[in-house]
Write a protein that binds this ligand. Structure first.
Ligand SMILES: O=C(O)CCC(=O)C(=O)O
Ligand SMILES: [Fe+2]
Length: 287
């Protein structure tokens, strides 16, 4: 192999491919349980824990958890939320988590900049310039988010070899239909790189690319994420390059999730989310 082919970036061409592909072809090519069932291995779930109804989850007996054969240590939990639960979490992302001082648009306590916001952080706040968490810059992670991640992590860790997670930092990403997230690894979490990263999608769909630990190792795999879907990155996949090259408009939002709503607050949420996607990701940082 020549020096140049050893250093070939295999990630960026796939990113560009999905960036410019038609919606229809994205839905055909990206991996989902329906289009590529052989790439997912279902994990039987044996657990009976009480789930607090405020978390907006369906009974655990109805959840479908899969390990992804295309990325070692990557798990996919197909939307475990109720419709009302999804609306509640979208509402929290818009009216609670975005309304604070640490956001991409600075202080958004009055929520005046909601339509421009790109990210908000909770728990240990991330210093994006220096790519570190600041030990002395910490705000509370709301109880319901801790409870949600603990419930999900408990179900997964007791049925797979994925460790538990105790979230210490949360990033909420807000995407417009034309937003992207460039290829990156999440490796600022000090001693916690062996701990899983939990990532939850709401609103419009996304293509999630996951590759190797370098961009040259392998071509990234494209995964389709819908509203309510959860991925868990643990083991090797925890350190792998990933990206969002594409947000896809999902008729589910209009046809099902926000159909015939009469609650005024839900109407406000719909007017935001109908052309956006929200991602909540939770990490352990120090312990
Ligand atoms: O939006 C997503 O699904 C991925 C977000 C992500 O990778 C990150 O915030 O580090
Ligand atoms: Fe990431």
């Amino acid at each position: 192999m020549s020096a140049s082919s050893e250093n070939l970036d295999l990630f960026t061409p796939v990113f560009k491919h999905f960036r410019h592909l038609s919606d229809k072809d994205c839905l055909i090519q990206a991996y989902s349980i329906t289009t590529h069932p052989t790439l997912f291995q279902q994990c039987p779930l044996n657990i009976s824990i009480d789930v607090d109804s405020s978390l907006g989850l369906q009974p655990i007996s109805t959840w479908s958890l899969y390990s992804c054969k295309f990325s070692n240590g990557l798990y996919f939990l197909s939307n475990p939320f109720t419709l009302n639960g999804q609306r509640q979490w979208i509402n929290r992302c818009l009216n609670n988590y975005a309304r604070q001082t640490r956001t991409s648009v600075g202080d958004n306590s009055d929520n005046q900049n909601l339509t421009r916001i790109r990210w908000a952080t909770l728990g240990y706040h991330y210093d994006w310039t220096n790519k570190i968490y600041k030990q002395d810059d910490h705000t509370n992670i709301p109880d319901e988010l801790v409870q949600l991640s603990q419930t999900i992590a408990q179900v997964i860790s007791s049925n797979t070899n994925c460790p538990m997670i105790y979230p210490e930092a949360v990033i909420i990403n807000y995407y417009h239909l034309n937003s992207t997230l460039c290829a990156h690894t999440d490796h600022s979490e000090y001693d916690a790189l062996t701990k899983p990263l939990l990532s939850i999608s709401f609103g419009n769909s996304a293509i999630f690319l996951i590759g190797g630990q370098t961009k040259t190792e392998c071509q990234p795999s494209p995964m389709l994420l819908h509203s309510g879907d959860i991925i868990i990155m643990t083991g090797t996949s925890r350190l792998c390059f990933h990206a969002i090259p594409r947000i896809l408009s999902d008729p589910f939002l209009n046809d099902i999730l926000y159909k015939n709503i009469d609650d005024d607050n839900d109407k406000v949420c719909w007017s935001y989310i109908h052309d956006k996607r929200i991602n909540i990701n939770l990490r352990q940082v120090y312990t």
